[in-house]
Structure formats: C-alpha cells, structure tokens
Design a protein around this ligand. Sequence first.
Ligand SMILES: CC[C@@H]1C(=O)N(C)c2cncnc2N1C1CCCC1
Length: 304
Amino acid sequence: MASRDDDKQSIPELIYDVGTNVTYRKGRFFGKGGFAKCYEITDTKTGNVYAGKIVSKRLMTKHNQKDKLTQEIAIHRSLNHKNVVGFHGFFEDSQNVYIVLELCRRRSMMELHKRRKALTETEVRYYVRQILLGVVYLHQHRIIHRDLKLGNLFLNDNLEVKIGDFGLAAKIEFDGERKRTLCGTPNYIAPEILNKQGHSFEVDIWSIGCILYTLLIGRPPFETNSLKETYSRIKKCEYKIPTSSQISNSAIKIIRATLQPDPKCRPKVEDLLNSEFLTSGYIPSQLPVSCLTVAPRADKLEKA
Ligand SMILES: CC[C@@H]1C(=O)N(C)c2cncnc2N1C1CCCC1
C-alpha cells in the first residue's frame, strides 16, 4: 500500500554517498519509522535495490537522540546473519543521516498478522524457528534486541524472516550485567522493565512469548484499550489462553514457559529451538506467498 509522502523537508531524487562514491536513486516511499523517512533506493551503478532509512538531522535536536542513532548503527553494522536485516552502509550530509538496509519486499509480520490474524501451527513453527535462529545469533553476540515485535520482523520475497530495527538494542558488556534503563517504549515490554528491576536477555524471551501468543491466538496477550491497563496486566502477568482456541498442548506449554513473570524461570532461546512445539510438528522449508493472504491447505505444504 503506497504511503503518502508529505515531503516537507525535501530529500533529493539522487542521493550521493561521497565515502563510497555510490549514487542512489530515491524510489517508492515506504513510510515513516520513528524520525526516519523510509524509501526504496537503487544503486545507480549496480542496480541493487535497498531500503533507505533517512533521518533528518533537523528533527534530532537533543543529544540523546543523536547518541541513540549512533548506538543503533554501531550495533546493527556489526551483525551478519540470514535472519537479521542486512546492514549495507550508512553516510550523512548536512541535512540527513542515511542508513542503507536490506530490502524486504513483503514488509513485516505486522501486515501479515493484520491480514490473517491467527495462523496455522505449521506456519507459526516456520516463522518462529527463523526468529529464534536470529535471536540465538544476537544473544551469542551479547546483543539484546529489547523491541522484538511483529513490526520489526521483516519478510523478503521468499517469506524469510529478518529481524530489524535495533533502535532499542543494547550490548551486554560483562557476564551478569543487568541493564537499568531503556529509553523508548517497547511494544511487548517485559514486567521486569516496568518494575525497574534490571533486565537482560530474558526480555527478548518474553517478547517471543508475546509474538507466539499473537500468531497462534490472533491477538496480543495483554491488549487493552489503555496503555496503563495493559502495563498493569503485564506486571501481574494477567493473560488467558482462550479455551475456544484450538491450540495444541505443546503450543500452550511454550507460551506458559516464555510468559513467566520471573525472568530467571524463562527458557533460554536455545531451549526454545529444542522445545516440543518446534520439534513435535512438521516445519516446511518454505511457504507459498499465498500464505500472506489465506491459510495454506495442510496437504499442500511440500513435505520436508
Ligand atoms: C527501512 C525501515 C524499515 C526496515 O528497517 N527495513 C529493514 C525495511 C526493509 N524493507 C522495507 N521496509 C523496511 N522498513 C519499513 C519502512 C517503513 C516502516 C518500516
């Protein structure tokens, strides 16, 4: 769906990166992401197409906003994994900071969720396995994402999952470090962040639990019509698995394990890959793009 581009602060049609001597042609407007305007951009020499995140310096008034963007770039550029959005470069001019990212033509799992609501368990295993492989990589490199949510899980034309947006990510500098602050509001925020008890890798496991619940049930576990009420339910870990939902026992088990109020009780991301939910059912090696709009017929998914 083409988004309206109310382009007040004009971004030129051709964007030149003097550092690499690459000229990008600005293409389709994708929408806004935080302070950024996002466009499809094409390397005029190679024809390679990317997603450009263009952040106006004019809007980044306070120092901490600049520091946050610097942190996001420092973390994201250090990563290289097939389930993490590729970071192809960054540069700046007097007006903007430009970030060149892997293009994900099928947008994010949020669009998929809005269109499909509850997915089949086979599809959930297919997507969640890739999310977990990406998070294993992040945690092995001592990176906490801290804002895992459907809108940050991007999809390319092969429906491969790419974890993106490291705007709230942090690096654990030493064993046992507990982060005390997080400026920003994660969507699937863990109770220990709300209770300001210090947090670490376990917050990503909580977010994965919220993602699992949303994909299996069709709506988020703690959704209410006021943020305050939602936060109070998260702190009390107050959620229900509707008895009407047809989800399997292994699906119920992995939701209960990840949505534990005590971070110490949550499984590690490696444990989730070995969970009954992921090992007890068939996982297709690929999905047809029709799955973005309609549920696949069980017998139509190619056997592994
Ligand atoms: C460029 C920002 C963001 C993103 O991070 N990636 C990797 C991406 C990759 N491909 C398409 N869109 C992407 N987005 C969308 C654009 C609007 C909101 C989020």
